[in-house]
Design a protein around this ligand. Structure first.
Ligand code: GTP
Ligand code: MG
Length: 587
């Protein structure tokens, strides 16, 4: 897919018949065929239905607090592990995965199971080195004596990384329409229930460590882990919630009252920096599994970045990031309203990644978050809108939903059933094509994207200006060059989607295949050079591109050589986070 998407080469069509968008939405259980339901029963989307964002997070959090992460001997069986652990408490759910050896996530029925495990566990016996005596819920199951069982045969491992590109392409090539490809892409890349459970467990383990310094704090997840747009391999965005401590300040009664004596520092930012600095040190020195700790404290949003080795997650820990948490809730809500939202966001993020429009390294490029905003805005502005505006979501909110963060009214309705959607039946293929058309003619130089109102508005002099859900703006970091690339690639991709079907039919004809036969357009054989042929759509797009960047970009359309095209199509050629699996479409 990544290769084919290198130039939006999704132009395989089956029999010219496009399936209607909701004809074949796979249920979660269908999508995750192969899950060992007997051993692992994570929450399904069906069970989640009707729950609010916060209720769902709280439920997952509570389950994580009853869970442990255990590395297992290389040859063992699920039965053996469960039999051993069940001695300490009833096991509700478990699953196994591979990360530097076999690991298991074990969810006990109650926290008593964990207490019993802790009582039974011994300190590691190591020679020539010493261990830091910091006990956590990261344990190792050791086997004494020779285990004759054939572990590989009886242990089902749940993959925690995305498919290698070649396999992904094969899977997508087997689909019969672009709509099906887009659904398939989403279901292949999206976070599995097991991966989400592992993410909440890592968050919970980190909270135990932070709790050693700030006993009443909480660590919460935000970003794509919880906003519905997470892909296997995406980073783990965490924030340390100190409001649970400072929120305690009460009105003083008349007469005597008590208050804590606390150190005073210059500003809230200084508090954040010193708290994160101490936590970073704690993670580095004491926390098993946390490696490569970097303290990035002078950033606009100070953070500690590290790798959690047993899970393979790249973690970004910030502090008091309530705004980002609310943005995550908003995106989650929107992702729940219509299946097409997720599919479009997934494909646009994937498309941007393989084109090098996004990167895991901070810089002047557009972020995945902003791309999601572009999709949201596009869907708000269809002639029959697919998504409501934020103002509409605010108007539906109940008093309990009221939320003001740093002086911004961030209120949105939490009860999804209150949202009435209009009947838009556009196919995903149409939407994707129109998305590219829309942004290839969007006047980024003059207009801002306002998802609160679902309108384009005149803007200050910045290259890209998206009014983020709960903040003033996002994407002001995107420079002119990146914006031009975005516009040019949208134009190219719109063209390819429009003409792909005809080209595929022509190829089938030349290959002597029946006109209706399904054919996969091999990567690199698309009409990259062919677009110079022009046509009405191209002229329109070029006019739009000129508008969008305030000057002619048509001559800047990349006249790429084969090597460059190949590099663009290969996500591993893009800058990537260390933890990303080498040959997969990572976040
Ligand atoms: P991935 O690339 O899959 O990790 O997507 P993500 O949505 O998690 O993005 P990222 O890890 O870069 O950022 C985490 C969260 O920070 C986002 O979900 C947003 O809530 C917030 N965020 C990131 N970039 C911006 C931005 O440009 N503006 C604003 N307002 N928030 C941002
Ligand atoms: Mg993220």
């Amino acid at each position: 897919m990544a290769a084919s998407m290198g130039a939006s080469r999704l132009h395989m069509r089956g029999n010219g018949q496009l399936l209607k968008c909701f004809q074949r939405i796979l249920t979660p259980s269908q999508r995750r065929a192969g899950t060992n339901a007997a051993a692992c029963q994570p929450l399904t989307d069906h069970q989640d239905a009707g729950k609010s964002f916060l209720a769902l997070q709280e439920e997952r959090r509570e389950r994580a607090e009853r869970s442990v992460l255990i590395s297992c001997p290389s040859k063992t069986t699920e039965k053996k592990v469960l039999k051993f652990l069940s001695k300490y408490g009833a096991v509700n759910n478990c699953f196994f995965y591979d990360s530097y050896g076999t690991c298991a996530v074990i969810e006990f029925a109650s926290r008593d199971g964990i207490c019993s495990l802790h009582e039974a566990a011994s300190l590691p016996s190591i020679q020539h080195e010493a261990s830091v005596p910091f006990k956590t819920r990261l344990l190792a199951l050791k086997s004494t004596g020779v285990d004759q069982s054939d572990g590989a045969a009886s242990l089902k491992l749940h993959p925690q990384t995305s498919l290698p590109v070649n396999e992904l392409i094969q899977r997508l090539a087997a689909e019969e329409s672009i709509d099906q490809q887009l659904h398939s892409l989403t279901s292949i890349l999206e976070l599995t229930n097991e991966n989400i459970a592992l993410r909440f467990l890592v968050c919970s383990l980190l909270q135990d460590i932070a709790g050693a310094f700030f006993p009443e704090c909480a660590i919460r997840l935000f970003g794509s882990t919880v906003n519905g747009f997470g892909k296997l391999g995406c980073d783990l965005d965490l924030f340390l919630d100190l409001d649970t401590i400072s929120g305690r300040s009460m009105k003083r009664p008349s007469g005597l009252s008590l208050e804590y004596q606390m150190k005073r520092v210059a500003s809230e930012r200084t508090v954040t920096q010193s708290v994160l600095s101490v936590l970073g040190e704690g993670l580095e020195q004491f926390a098993p599994g946390c490696v490569g700790v970097q303290k990035i404290l002078n950033a606009r949003c100070p953070l500690v970045r590290f790798s959690h080795q047993p899970s393979g997650f790249q973690c970004d820990l910030t502090a008091n990031n309530r705004v980002a948490m609310k943005s995550s809730e908003l995106l989650w809500l929107l992702s729940r309203l219509d299946e097409r939202v997720r599919c479009l966001v997934f494909v646009v993020r994937c498309w941007a990644r393989v084109h090098g429009l996004t990167s895991s390294i901070p810089g002047a490029w557009i972020s995945n978050f902003s791309l999601s905003m572009l999709v949201v805005f596009f869907l708000q502005t269809r002639s029959t809108p697919i998504l409501p505006t934020l103002d509409q979501l605010r108007d539906l909110a109940s008093p309990a939903d009221k939320c003001v963060i740093e002086g911004n009214d961030c209120t949105i309705v939490s009860d999804l059933s209150k949202i009435q959607l209009e009947a838009n039946t556009e196919s995903l293929e149409t939407l994707l094509q129109e998305f590219f058309e829309f942004y290839s003619t969007f006047a980024f130089n003059r207009m801002s994207i306002n998802i609160k109102k679902g309108k384009q508005l005149h803007k200050p002099k910045r290259q890209c200006y998206i009014r983020a859900p709960v903040e003033d703006c996002a994407s002001t970091n995107v420079n002119a060059t990146q914006l031009e690339r975005l516009v040019a690639l949208c134009r190219e991709s719109a063209w390819l989607l429009a003409h792909g079907g005809a080209i595929a039919r022509h190829r089938r004809h030349r290959a002597g295949k029946a006109p209706g036969a399904r054919a996969w357009q091999p990567p690199g054989s698309g009409p990259v050079g062919g677009r110079r042929g022009g046509g009405r759509r191209k002229k329109k797009a070029r006019r739009g591109g000129d508008q969008a960047c305030g000057r002619s970009t048509s001559r800047r359309l990349p006249a790429r050589g084969a090597a460059e095209r190949a590099a663009l199509r290969d996500p591993s050629a893009e800058p990537r986070a260390d933890h990303s699996p080498g040959n997969s479409v990572a976040a």
